[in-house]
Ligand binder design. Structure first.
Ligand code: ZN
Length: 128
């Protein structure tokens, strides 16, 4: 199954936990694994804290500090910083399912990471 994520900033972390849990619910599977895949080269998916939004801001700020948009990059599109962040954060996550829901830590959420927005994005989800 595929979900759509609409980003509104160039760099943004969007909590997609409830959408992923909805896909798990629709699948009818109560135990198993949920595979979450981002089919984009300037976006990613990660798991992190969903309680304090300053954590997401700090992650994005730190990534941009370490990997700035460097004019010496050769890629003609001018978004190599986004490609680098995408590769380092990663295109997929795997989360266990129990009782029809994702098994996440108390403070954990599933985040779609936009690094070259705003854009309309897709996330592939497979329940196995
Ligand atoms: Zn590019």
């Amino acid at each position: 199954m595929e979900i759509t994520v609409i980003s509104s900033k160039r760099n943004e972390m969007i909590d997609i936990t409830s959408q992923v849990n909805e896909v798990v619910r629709i699948s009818g599977r109560t135990d198993g694994l949920c595979f979450i895949f981002v089919p984009h080269t300037t976006a990613a998916v990660t798991l992190n804290e969903n309680a304090d939004p300053s954590v997401q801001r700090d992650i994005l700020h730190t990534l941009s500090k370490i990997f700035p948009n460097d004019p010496s990059h050769e890629h003609g599109e001018g978004n190599s910083d986004a490609h680098i962040k995408s590769s380092l954060v990663g295109a997929s996550e795997m989360v266990a399912i129990n009782k029809g829901r994702l098994v996440l830590g108390t403070w954990q959420g599933v985040y779609f990471c936009e690094f070259d927005g705003p854009r309309t994005r897709k996330v592939q989800i497979r329940v196995i």
